[in-house]
Design a protein around this ligand. Structure first.
Ligand SMILES: Cc1cc2nc3c(=O)[nH]c(=O)nc-3n(C[C@H](O)[C@H](O)[C@H](O)COP(=O)(O)O)c2cc1C
Ligand code: SF4
Length: 489
């Protein structure tokens, strides 16, 4: 993972855990309405992909155990990981793109309700993403993947001085390209072809020469609405539209989207599809649950959205009737690290990925509450437009006063905590019961994130080797790690 060049090792915010009485009086533990649902407290577990689904996208017992464990901590809201809305193979990522997924998702919703005693609302994050391929070896790219064009022939003729290459059979053109040294090859290939060679082919929302990309605005509202309907029938309390990070909807919102079909360019056009999706989903959900979205307060890439874009989008999304706005940051493909040959680019490996999940090795600002100012500015813009839509902040929130201050200062209406909850799913409950001294504190070194990056079952280094001899412990595929934290005794 990328780290700031001027990094220093920070210390965790000093822990001042509340007594049970102080917790009972804290704004953190007061209810808040999220559209037609009410969260019992302002604590939130944001989406985290744990790589527990079956290879064909179904809920497994491991998925259920994972969310059941979060539910035992009784947070206000748990958001189930990014779940694909299409009926296409996508490895062990949860899917909701067909009726056959509904029974498993129903089992999941029932299990969470039972484990939290009805205290936690359960939402599901629904996502669309575009195709991405592994970085190819040079010879394979030139032999098979590169589409030979007239431009290659002309430039190759210039480079080699062999005019006959202009009309030569394709295999001779490929062979001539393979003989070029790297510098010459890069002059003959287009910018996009060089990217495909260096990083692996990746579709973008601006590839409107491809019919299925051109038609995204016609297709996506229906796919999202169908997925949301399935979530409602499975018993979820809400759906979260994934408009953040590296995926399709965030890419429509991004200032890098220069589509010329009315869905790119100025802000009004970039937000057109996200609003059309929101409208279709709201109509289909029809008050059966909350409909919110997660989006970026800052893309953190050159030419991408910045906070002023996000404030403007926040007002538009709130006006469109979304029941909450959950603010994240970065996590884009554009600045991702070059993958090794045979691996795929991963969107959390560059500076924008760092901003999404900042570590303890940070710049002077440090990782704690790092992204709260984005949520604060978006919330202020939404309130200035006379809209009461709840805003959720995330990023390095891991201590009672820190979390409470976010609410008390009016920077957000709910606080989300991913890694601290992974380190100790009971931390919310421990705070409430005045037993904060027993909280296992996240160290923000991103062992969990490294597992996620390798598509390995995500666990936390603070508990995954603990009490392995307990009965019924389920181990990861490597046989060395337990998959859920031990129970709180
Ligand atoms: C293992 C892992 C998986 C994640 N998966 C998702 C995801 O599916 N959807 C999403 O919006 N964010 C995802 N995130 C980002 C978190 O929701 C959160 O925004 C980020 O970790 C920063 O919050 P934190 O400092 O409380 O961990 C993931 C984070 C981790 C560590
Ligand atoms: S693995 Fe590290 S960063 Fe991840 S939750 Fe555990 S302590 Fe926190």
């Amino acid at each position: 993972m990328w780290q700031p060049p001027d990094r220093i090792k920070h210390v965790l915010p000093a822990a001042q855990w509340p007594t049970a009485e102080e917790a009972a009086a804290s704004p953190l533990f007061t209810p808040v309405a999220l559209g037609p649902r009410t969260a019992q407290q302002r604590t939130w577990v944001p989406a985290m992909v744990p790589w527990r689904a079956s290879d064909d996208g179904f809920v497994t017992d491991d998925v259920i155990a994972w969310y059941r464990r979060f539910a035992e901590g009784k947070p206000g809201v748990i958001v189930v990981e990014a779940t694909g809305i299409r009926d296409i193979p996508s490895g062990p990522l949860l899917r909701i793109g067909h009726e056959r997924f509904v029974p498993g998702l129903t089992r999941l919703a029932d299990a969470v309700r039972e484990a939290s005693g009805g205290a936690s609302l359960l939402f599901i994050q629904i996502i669309d993403f575009l195709a991405i391929k592994r970085r190819p070896p040079r010879d394979k790219f030139l032999e098979r993947f590169l589409e030979i064009t007239a431009r290659h022939r002309t430039l190759l003729a210039d480079h080699t001085g062999d005019a006959a290459i202009a009309d030569a059979p394709e295999r001779d053109v490929r062979a001539a390209l393979a003989r070029l040294d790297d510098a010459a090859l890069r002059e003959v290939l287009s910018h996009r072809e060089v990217e495909d060679l260096d990083f692996g082919y990746r579709e973008r929302v601006t590839d409107t020469h491809l019919p299925h990309i051109r038609e995204l605005p016609q297709v996506l509202p229906g796919l999202f609405a169908d997925a949301a309907d399935r979530a409602m029938r499975a018993g979820f309390d809400g759906v979260e539209l994934h408009y953040a990070h590296a995926y399709t909807m965030a890419s429509f919102l991004s200032a890098r989207n220069d589509r010329t079909d009315g869905y790119g360019g100025p802000r009004e056009q970039r937000i057109r599809l996200p609003l059309e999706v929101a409208r279709a989903v709201r109509e289909r959900v029809a008050g059966r649950g909350a409909v919110g979205c997660r989006y970026l307060g800052d893309d953190v890439i050159a030419g991408g959205n910045q906070l002023d874009d996000a404030m403007w989008f926040g007002v538009a999304l709130a006006k469109a009737g979304l029941d909450y706005l959950s603010v994240s940051k970065g996590g884009r493909f554009e600045d991702a690290k070059q993958p090794k040959v045979g691996a795929s680019a991963y969107p959390y490996t560059g500076p924008s990925g760092y901003e999404c999940m900042p570590t303890i090795y940070s710049d002077a600002r440090g990782p704690f509450s790092r992204n709260v100012p984005l949520a604060g500015a978006i919330r202020a813009a939404v309130r200035a437009a006379d809209l009461g839509t709840p805003v959720i902040a995330a990023g390095g929130i891991c201590e009672f006063h820190q979390a409470q201050d976010v609410i008390a200062n009016g920077e957000a209406d709910l606080v989300a905590s991913a890694r601290q909850t992974l380190a100790d799913p009971d931390w919310w409950l421990k705070m409430r019961l005045g037993r904060g001294a027993e909280i296992r504190r996240c160290e923000f070194t991103n062992y969990c994130e490294a597992l996620d990056q390798q598509h390995k079952q995500v666990t936390c280094k603070l508990w995954d080797r603990e009490r392995l001899d307990e009965p019924d412990v389920v181990l990861a595929q490597d046989g060395k790690r337990r998959l859920v934290p031990p129970g709180w005794r």
